[in-house]
Ligand binder design. Structure first.
Ligand code: MN
Length: 382
């Protein structure tokens, strides 16, 4: 039995993690969780899973639920996230919160020697150098939950990192893969939210449409697998059947395939190095699919991917600027305040106006995050 802490229980990855726990009651137990503002779903999860510790985004939510579940410990806010992350009984932290709030709890959980199943992109994107150093120092495993990194991780089982020629991340192309830049000028929020292959939260669905999601994944892959940016490629593959690949020095390529179902990489992170059945998953039927398609990535069509490579190579606080500017711009787009292509403009302006700080501390990263959001908001007002 593995005891699990889950940050971001009510989100897309969170609820699918709960599906996995539910499918294997002999193997996993949820002991601590965080939820944001979706109190109805939080209530249902608490009733179904009976965790020992629950953190909500606000005190009023914690008070409300404490009255309904007196035997459970409730807490709230950023301190609550950390309490859940370091909960003594848990062995694994599944970090599925959205945004840079996921960083500090992850670092604390690493110091607490927890295994980390990482779905929170911002942690590695903004502070990869701190996270990897802490993980190494504490002998802690960072297990990828994202389908691409899980695919690379699975392709590397039994292999040595020194033999890698390059990593090839596949990209579905998102909601607008077949549209020209001209057509992108007038796309709506509803169209952007309609992803062809994956069912995900709103922010990541927009990030898939701008290709920023793949950009963030390139930076994550750089840290997770210690790979230079010149050795990380992105390939358009619209079916999302090959989840990513590794090419070795001898020209051999190993890939991981499957139907698009996030529960598979989530479960692998929880069972690693073992595997468990997942009866409700659809098995891959290549004869039925017949053909798979691939295309070269167009960096002019998808400018956010270019920005991500540049920010990643520059290092320092640049990836934190990239991430914060993107979060603020995507929020403005979802609120109907800016157009789809203005997301790119805002990110580009934030990056070019920032003075990079190399090897930043956690405080400097958080400061940069705040400053960048302020900057993007000032652009919104202008
Ligand atoms: Mn992904």
């Amino acid at each position: 039995m593995k005891y699990i802490s889950l940050m971001g229980a009510t989100g897309s990855i969170g609820t699918q993690t709960l599906d996995i726990i539910n499918e294997h009651p002999q193997d996993f137990k949820l002991v601590a969780m965080t939820a944001g503002r979706n109190i109805d779903l939080a209530r249902k999860i608490i009733r179904d899973f009976q965790p020992e510790l629950v953190s909500l985004s606000e005190k009023s939510f914690a008070d409300t639920l404490k009255a309904e579940f007196p035997a459970i410990t409730f807490t709230y806010g950023h301190d609550g996230l950390i309490e859940v992350a370091v909960y003594p009984k848990s062995e694994i932290l599944v970090n599925a919160v959205l945004g840079s709030v996921g960083l500090q709890p992850t670092l604390q959980a690493i110091e607490g020697k927890k295994t980390i199943a990482i779905a929170n992109k911002e942690t590695l994107v903004t502070a990869g150098h701190l996270v990897m150093e802490a993980a190494k120092r504490n002998g802690v495993k960072l297990l990828p939950v994202d389908s691409e990194h899980s695919a690379i991780f699975q392709s590397l089982q039994g292999e040595r990192e020194k033999n890698i020629e390059r990593l090839i991340l596949t990209a579905s192309g998102g909601s607008f893969r077949d549209r020209s830049r001209k057509e992108l000028e007038t796309v709506t929020v509803e169209e952007a939210l309609n992803h062809p292959n994956w069912s995900m939260g709103a922010k990541i669905t927009i990030d898939s449409a701008t290709m920023m999601n793949k950009g963030l994944e390139v930076i994550e892959a750089h840290w997770l697998f210690g790979m230079d940016y010149s050795k990380i490629d992105v390939l358009l593959h619209k079916e999302s059947i090959i989840h990513s690949m590794v090419e070795f020095h001898d020209s051999s390529v190993i890939a991981q395939l499957g139907t698009p179902d996030m529960r598979v990489p989530i479960q692998f992170a929880l069972t690693y190095p073992d595997r468990l059945p997942l009866p409700s998953a659809n098995r891959l039927n290549l004869a039925e699919i017949g053909r798979l398609h691939f295309a070269k990535m167009d960096f002019e069509r998808f400018r956010c991917l270019q920005f991500a490579y540049e920010a990643g190579k520059a290092g320092g606080t640049m990836p934190a600027v990239l991430n914060a500017a993107n979060e603020a711009a995507v929020a403005a787009f979802l609120d109907g305040k800016i157009t789809f292509l203005q997301i790119e403009d805002f990110i580009e302006r934030a990056l070019s106006s920032h003075d990079n700080i190399s090897n930043p501390s956690l405080d400097q990263i958080q400061e940069t995050d705040l400053e960048t959001r302020k900057y993007v908001n000032s652009l919104l007002k202008a």
